[in-house]
Design a protein around this ligand. Structure first.
Ligand SMILES: [Ca+2]
Ligand SMILES: [Ca+2]
Length: 593
């Protein structure tokens, strides 16, 4: 993994998708012409007729209170329609659909957005971003989803733009450059709407970029505040300096904070109860940890941010001084539970490093960390008092000597993570988190590296390896009050799709083998599956339409695994690419039995 690792195949494919004409305008329905407000988005989880946020609510619990479709009748769930994204190039479809006012909005690979009729699947419009040559996404040309607000659909592009489209026509309302793609920046996360602002993160942690969170006016795209995630950088508010992130050189040596990584590439969640935005941060740069002594704040952390100012209210670092590419970007999901007889406002995160964290979401105070994967070689649990990992020093990849590579170690999880980007779900009915996890390790060794603008900044090489004979993927139900795994479903290929849970005692997730599957939320029993024709790496949703309950998910195999899978690639070598929105429903006559 040296030099520019993606330029070849990205560059070759871009000419082919230069511009597809915009579709015809859809008719505007007068009663919903104004569109969703920020308050509607806060209430998204309690309005089952639409899905207007990434995660079914800004807390991103991915929990639906609907019970029409349930463990008793899910066998009667049938396809309603499928809509193809088309295009010569397909690759990973990691998007979560939105549904509003008779339209399903999805983002596709190569920074595309589609609007489909939610009853017939007919395409209303398509928008294709005009991507330049030389974009540098590390891990496939994916996008995780759009945001909706008022008359706008807002999404981020692989060349680090944020674009607002008219949701009725697909025409551009505003288009802002958020960072310099030639320095390695890109963007793939679904934006978050908070108080009429678009809050979003950047990608590029493998290129020595500086992670940052931006908040922009949803109506104009103008920057309101920016908060860099690396100590030593200065934030802004309304164009004025607004204080340094952390303290200069407290956890970084010399000028290393200028190329320190900490990309915020998965976006964040918002909790109206504490009025905090929670953003995860990626790995420090370079991967070779011997080149950057210190904890390297605020990489591999969860940050709690004041939405009004962008100031960091608290932080918790899941992997101090990371040496394995354990990005800490995973979603931090607010939930309430009683622990040791005390009702608490909590948040949980299943980290790439293999541990499931529960924190006090008001203060960031450490509550617990429990393993959710088979093996963690790099640490043996966490110190309950300090909240720091008990490192196993012998299992950190060694320092290079001169031009020689350092000592190779076997590390588990692999850098692809005990859990990667794919979002988990929390059921208010069972009190369990459902984690799409993977059991795998890697040989990893360090090499010398120097920063060069727009070039990979790793100083490490690796080979991914399986660690179990029968599976890599494992969907696991975690009790956050005990840290125990209640059930697990093992999958041969790595799991790479998001999870949905419902009050109908159901858990949905997709597999690379092409299935959307439904499980009993209490027991893990597999109840239903449907073959979509390509790997499912998107996030499912559910809603009510015309008195019937619907489920939708994107199908289209890709993402980081086929690019970096190494020895585990044999578990998915037969899987075809694709690019389709699949929509299912429980017919009225099948409900209630
Ligand atoms: Ca809703
Ligand atoms: Ca990374």
């Amino acid at each position: 993994m040296k030099g520019n690792m993606t330029r070849g195949w990205i560059g070759a494919s871009l000419a082919a998708i230069a511009m597809v004409g915009l579709g015809a305008s859809a008719p505007v329905l007068a009663q919903n012409a104004a569109g969703p407000t920020s308050q509607d988005i806060v209430n998204d989880a309690s309005t089952p007729g639409d899905v207007i946020s990434y995660g079914l609510g800004p807390q991103a619990q991915r929990f639906s209170a609907l019970t029409t479709l349930n463990a008793g009748n899910v066998k009667k769930l049938v396809p309603a329609f499928a809509s193809s994204l088309g295009g010569e190039k397909q690759r990973g479809q990691e998007s979560q659909p939105l549904v509003y006012d008779g339209t399903i909005y999805v983002t596709g690979s190569y920074s595309r957005v589609f609007a489909f009729d939610s009853r017939t699947g007919e395409k209303k419009w398509e928008y294709d971003a005009r991507l330049p040559d030389g974009i540098m996404p590390c891990c496939d040309v994916v996008n995780r989803g759009a945001a909706i607000h008022g008359d706008k659909i807002i999404f981020a592009t692989l060349d680090a733009h944020l674009i607002a489209l008219n949701r009725h026509t697909g025409k551009v309302i505003w288009n802002k450059t958020i960072a310099d793609y030639q320095a390695g920046y890109s963007a793939t996360a679904a934006p978050l709407i908070v108080n009429d602002m678009v809050v979003f993160g950047n990608s590029g942690g493998e290129f020595g970029i500086t992670g940052a969170i931006q908040a922009r006016d949803v109506n104009t795209g103008e920057l309101i505040w920016e908060r860099p995630t690396i100590e030593g950088n200065i934030g802004t508010l309304h164009g004025q300096p607004n204080g340094m992130t952390g303290k200069l050189n407290a956890t970084w040596v010399g000028d290393q904070w200028k190329t320190g990584g900490g990309a915020t590439w998965l976006g964040g969640t918002y909790d109206p109860d504490t009025n905090l935005i929670y953003m995860g941060t990626g790995n420090p740069g370079p991967w070779n940890s011997h080149l950057r002594p210190g904890d390297n704040l605020y990489t591999s952390s969860t940050l709690a941010i004041d939405p009004a100012t962008g100031v960091i209210k608290w932080h918790y670092q899941t992997t101090p001084h990371d040496g394995w590419d354990f990005d800490g970007v995973n979603e931090f999901i607010p939930f309430d539970a009683t622990i040791n007889g005390k009702a608490m406002k909590l948040g949980a995160k299943a980290d790439r490093n293999g541990y499931f964290f529960v924190l006090d979401r008001t203060t960031g105070k450490f509550v617990s960390a429990n393993k959710f994967v088979l093996q963690t070689t790099w640490a043996d649990g966490y110190n309950a008092k300090t909240g720091r990992p008990n490192f196993i020093d012998a299992n950190r990849p060694g320092a290079p000597e001169g031009a020689e590579k350092g000592k190779s170690v076997f590390a588990s999880p692999s850098f692809l993570g005990g859990k990667n980007w794919m979002p988990m779900a929390y059921s208010k009915q069972t009190g369990l988190f459902y984690i799409p996890s993977n059991d795998w390790g890697m040989d990893i060794w360090n090499e010398p590296i120097a920063y060069k603008k727009g070039a990979a900044y790793l100083g490490a090489e690796f080979t991914i390896r399986p660690i179990a004979p029968d599976h890599i993927g494992a969907l696991r139900a975690m009790d956050p009050t005990t840290g125990k795994i209640v059930w697990e479903y093992k999958n041969k290929a790595p799991l790479w799709g998001g999870v949905l849970t419902t009050a109908g005692n159901l858990v949905f997730t997709g597999t690379p083998e092409g299935y959307l599957k439904a499980f009993d939320a209490k027991t893990g029993e597999e109840l239903w599956k449907f073959q979509t024709g390509s790997g499912v790496v998107g996030s499912p949703i559910t809603w009510v339409q015309d008195g019937e309950q619907y489920v939708a998910v994107m199908s289209g195999w890709g993402g980081a695994v086929p690019l970096w899978g190494g020895e585990v690639a044999k578990t998915f070598k037969e899987i075809s690419q694709g690019g389709s929105l699949w929509v299912f429903k429980l017919p009225k006559e099948a409900a209630g039995n």
